[in-house]
Design a binder for this molecule. Structure first.
Ligand SMILES: Nc1ncnc2c1ncn2[C@@H]1O[C@H](COP(=O)(O)OP(=O)(O)OP(=O)(O)O)[C@@H](O)[C@H]1O
Length: 262
């Protein structure tokens, strides 16, 4: 599935949050959505996922509106991992991950063999199989994030959105999830991931979209987006640059005064 957004605008609490955003997401591409706190990343992701209606503009899923596509087809076509990782029910992990199969189930029947396989694959991929008999309340924040990630993977949708999927994770699991996202993209899934970690975003993403004050400041390959000028303007930071195995990376190094100066 491809997703096209045209001219998205929205105001929240009387303030403009998105001020005219055009974006195209295609199969097989890992896109990192980056930008400072409050830039509008989560709002954009929610509108793209049809969880929030824009004041103006439109989102098309393979050329159709969400209404034309239908809720069931959208739930099978687009899997969303939202920010925060709250789980407010004492649900067992394997049952929680199985919720990802709901869009594929007809009626009130139990899990099919295909559903159970998908749940097992998702738990393995998120390195959460050993947690499957615990309840959500018995997990650390990072473990809970991986379990929720497994639920999103269990949908096996052609398009995956993830809002800060590695924010709560240790370095090992950050690398594991980024490699997993990259692998999924290579296998054809279209992925949009909100990321704050610039070294990971630059290393693993095929394309970065840099949002600032509700507008896209840059959209392209990481090296074209993570320029000194863009990073100064968006984040008010100077970066240190390095290279390993032929891949460049940036490391935020110093602030350049209050945002907007310098
Ligand atoms: N329901 C709301 N009512 C009023 N303002 C809102 C609402 N939701 C979000 N905002 C504001 O919209 C702006 C964009 O929020 P959003 O969550 O999209 O930012 P973000 O780029 O995802 O930020 P972060 O990196 O901090 O997660 C923020 O200034 C936020 O305070």
């Amino acid at each position: 599935m491809r997703i096209d957004a045209i001219g998205l605008r929205i105001a929240l609490g009387g303030r403009p949050v998105l001020a005219g955003v055009d974006l195209a997401l295609v199969p097989g591409e890992l896109v990192g959505l980056i930008g400072p706190n409050g830039a509008g990343k989560t709002t954009l992701l929610r509108i793209l996922a049809n969880l929030l209606a824009p004041d103006a503009g439109a989102v098309r899923y393979d050329g159709r509106s969400a209404r034309q596509l239908g809720g069931d087809a959208l739930a099978r076509g687009l899997s969303v991992l939202m920010q925060g990782g709250e789980v407010n029910w004492p649900l067992r992990v394997d049952h929680l991950v199985a919720l990802g199969r709901l869009p594929h189930r007809r009626g009130l029947g139990g899990l099919s063999a295909a559903d159970r396989d998908a749940v097992a694959r998702a738990l393995d991929a998120a390195d959460a199989a050993h947690l499957r008999l615990r309840t959500a309340g018995q997990l650390s924040a990072g473990e809970r994030m991986r379990v929720l990630f497994a639920r999103a993977l269990a949908v096996e949708a052609p398009m995956l959105f993830a809002d800060e999927p590695v924010a709560a994770l240790d370095p090992f699991h950050q690398l594991q999830i980024m490699e997993l996202l990259q692998g999924r993209a290579r296998a054809g899934t279209g992925i949009l991931a909100v990321l704050h970690d610039l070294p990971l975003a630059g290393r693993f993403c095929d394309r970065l979209v840099l949002l600032q004050d509700g507008r896209i400041l840059a959209d392209g390959p990481p090296e074209a987006v993570l320029t000194d000028d863009h990073l100064r303007r968006a984040y008010a930071v100077e970066v240190q640059r390095g290279q390993r195995d032929g891949v460049g990376y940036v490391l935020p190094w110093s602030r350049i005064g209050p945002k907007g100066e310098g």
